[in-house]
Design a binder for this molecule. Structure first.
Ligand SMILES: [Zn+2]
Length: 104
């Protein structure tokens, strides 16, 4: 199934230019018990509906970003860089990116 993802740096592009990372989850602090790290590393919510996810624009700007995607319809509602306070959706104007962070 093909759909468009609005890269926060490049604008709307085909999903085939991207690589799915995983569901977004808050990383536990280093002193958390092993159960917290096991949950973080191996457990997935697999939402049917809106889900925040990591995506990588492998055939474009080669940056990781977050996307809020409806997993039922594949409609992407919002994309943003992890440290970006202003999400961009449906705005193809290129912006300098503040981050090259990859998911853990
Ligand atoms: Zn891009």
């Amino acid at each position: 199934m093909s759909f468009l993802i609005p890269c926060p740096n490049c604008g709307k592009r085909s999903v085939y230019e991207f690589r799915f990372g995983s569901e977004y989850k808050k990383r536990p602090s280093p002193n958390q018990p092993q159960e917290a790290w096991t949950e973080y590393s191996y457990m997935k919510r697999n939402e049917a509906g809106l889900q925040k996810e990591w995506w990588f624009h492998r055939a474009g700007c080669r940056q990781w970003f977050l996307a809020v995607r409806d997993t039922v319809t594949n409609e992407v509602h919002e994309t943003l860089f992890p440290r970006d306070e202003s999400p961009r959706s449906n705005t193809p104007s290129p912006q300098p990116s503040p981050s090259r962070d990859a998911p853990a």
